[in-house]
Design a protein around this ligand. Structure first.
Ligand code: SF4
Length: 201
C-alpha cells in the first residue's frame, strides 16, 4: 500500500501522521458548520466568508484581488460571489474618489445584519478551546502559529498578517517584541491577523 498518512497502519504508528489527520478533521468541522449556515441563509460558504472578512478588515483589504488571494481562489470566483452579494443588497461597491477604475467593497445595513446572524458559526469550537487549561492552550497556539508561518513560507497561505512576517516584529532569541506597539509579545499575544501588520519588504 502507498506510503501515506491516510494509510491507517502508518497513521496509527506515528504521532506526526495523527496530528495531520486531526487537522483534516478540524477543517471538515469548519466546512460542516459553514454549510449549516449556508442552508440557513441561502448564501454559499464563500459568500458568508466574504461577508465576515469585509466586516472586520480595512477598506484597502476589501477588494476582489485581495479577497482572491486571502481565500486562495481565482478572481472570477470571488467576482461571482461578490456579484450575488451586491444583487442581494448585502454589499455595496464604493468607487475610489481618486481613481474611478478602483473600488472597494462595503457591507450594507442588511449585510451587517447577516454578519450578526452568521459570525458565531464557529462558536462551538471556541467553547471547546475555552475549556482547555491555560498551558494546553499556549502549547496549542504556539504550535498552530509555527505551522501557519511555515505554510506561508511555502506559499500555501498567500495572504497573512501575522507577527512573524511584520516589519515591526523583533525576536532576541528569547522574547518576541512588537516595535510598533512597544510591548513584549508573550506566546498568547502573538497575532495571526493584525490590523497594524506591515509586510517585511
Ligand atoms: S504590528 Fe501587529 S503584526 Fe506587527 S509585530 Fe506588532 S502586533 Fe505583530
Amino acid at each position: 500500500m502507498t506510503d501515506s498518512i491516510f494509510n491507517l497502519e502508518q497513521q496509527n504508528s506515528s504521532v506526526d501522521a495523527k496530528i495531520v489527520a486531526g487537522l483534516e478533521r478540524v477543517g471538515e468541522v469548519f466546512r460542516v458548520l459553514l454549510w449549516q449556515q449556508s442552508r440557513d441563509t441561502g448564501l454559499s460558504p464563500i459568500q458568508i466568508q466574504v461577508l465576515l472578512f469585509l466586516a472586520f478588515h480595512e477598506p484597502t483589504q476589501c477588494k476582489v484581488g485581495y479577497l482572491a488571494k486571502e481565500f486562495n481562489l481565482t478572481k472570477p470566483t470571488i467576482s461571482d460571489a461578490v456579484k450575488v452579494l451586491v444583487q442581494k443588497a448585502l454589499v455595496d461597491r464604493i468607487t475610489d474618489p481618486l481613481d474611478s477604475r478602483s473600488h472597494h467593497l462595503e457591507l450594507t445595513p442588511a449585510g451587517k445584519q447577516m454578519v450578526d446572524q452568521t459570525s458565531s458559526f464557529a462558536d462551538v469550537l471556541h467553547g471547546l478551546v475555552q475549556s482547555f487549561g491555560q498551558e494546553q492552550k499556549t502549547i496549542l497556539y504556539e504550535s498552530l502559529f509555527k505551522l501557519i508561518f511555515e505554510l506561508t513560507q511555502r506559499g500555501l497561505i498567500q495572504v497573512q498578517r501575522m507577527c512573524k512576517t511584520c516589519r515591526h516584529y523583533r525576536f532576541d532569541g528569547q522574547i518576541h517584541y512588537c516595535g510598533l506597539l512597544q510591548i513584549p509579545l508573550e506566546a498568547g499575544l502573538l497575532r495571526l491577523d493584525c490590523p497594524e501588520h506591515e509586510q517585511v519588504l
